[in-house]
Design a protein around this ligand. Structure first.
Ligand code: MG
Length: 254
């Protein structure tokens, strides 16, 4: 049995109970999950890509090839590729070339399988789905270059996808602004039913969605986000992962 605090069940568990109750009463509920930085850690994708560039173009990117001789752990990977390259000592002319080659790969179907699911994410999304909510993957990835890879990776890692009670919403165009896209889509989602929970890793998106769906439980996943992001609004739960509250690594806090 899951432990509960004096204040009641942990927020992640509370969401499941609310969804189950609504399902029993015949009401439709929705659960919104962002992907990058929310259900998946993208740092492994970047490291894999940089490694591939270093191997394939070793004479053209000597700094990067050298960096991998001493590469130690994922903590060198920042949200910004410029920062990451500076951290591993890559400078000068090769930087622009690396960035171009990285972008070609990072924003494409073929490389998403190198993302790493956040701890507990698969199990939690499955619990939400089983409780009866429609799982909505709402992501700034685009349909032309990334939908196929997105679906493939969700299936590969055991997330519910393509079946009853699931929905994947991506951008029509890569160039669309992420925040504007999520704002516009939320109007559509509002018409589908009651939003029970929202999971995001970008403070701006988290604030937008919380304002749009104030009765939903809103969660902010502490991974990486865009620099210069606004402060997170009050009332949004901060979580490091999706592991159960009863576990030794419970970190959910308000
Ligand atoms: Mg994200």
């Amino acid at each position: 049995m899951r432990k509960t605090s004096a204040k009641g069940p942990a927020p992640l568990d509370k969401v499941i109970t609310c969804i189950e109750k609504a399902t029993k009463e015949g009401r439709s509920t929705l659960a919104i999950f962002d992907l990058d930085g929310t259900l998946f850690d993208n740092r492994t994708r970047t490291i894999f890509i940089l490694r591939e560039i270093a191997e394939k173009f070793d004479s053209r990117v000597p700094g990067l090839a050298r960096a991998f001789r001493t590469f130690q752990d994922l903590s060198v990977v920042d949200y910004s590729l410029d920062v990451t390259l500076a951290r591993v000592g890559v400078r000068g002319a090769e930087t622009e070339f690396i960035k171009q080659e990285w972008a070609k790969r990072f924003f494409s179907d073929g490389y998403q399988k190198f993302d790493m699911p956040i701890a507990g994410a698969k199990a939690y999304v499955n619990r939400v789905h089983k409780a009866g909510a429609t799982v909505i993957y709402l992501t700034g990835r685009d349909v032309g270059r990334m939908l196929v890879g997105t679906t493939e990776v969700l299936r590969l890692y055991g997330f519910p996808v393509g079946i009853e009670g699931t929905m994947t919403i991506v951008k029509k165009e890569f160039e669309q602004d992420d925040e504007l896209f999520k704002k516009e889509v939320s109007e559509y989602i509002r018409r589908l039913g009651e939003v029970a929970c929202i999971f995001e890793n970008e403070p701006a998106n988290s604030n937008i969605l919380q304002a749009r769906f104030p009765s939903a439980e809103s969660f902010f996943v502490l991974t990486q986000h865009r620099p210069g992001a606004p402060a997170l609004n009050p009332g949004i739960h901060r979580i490091k992962d999706f592991l159960p509250a009863a576990g030794p690594t419970a970190r959910s806090r308000k």
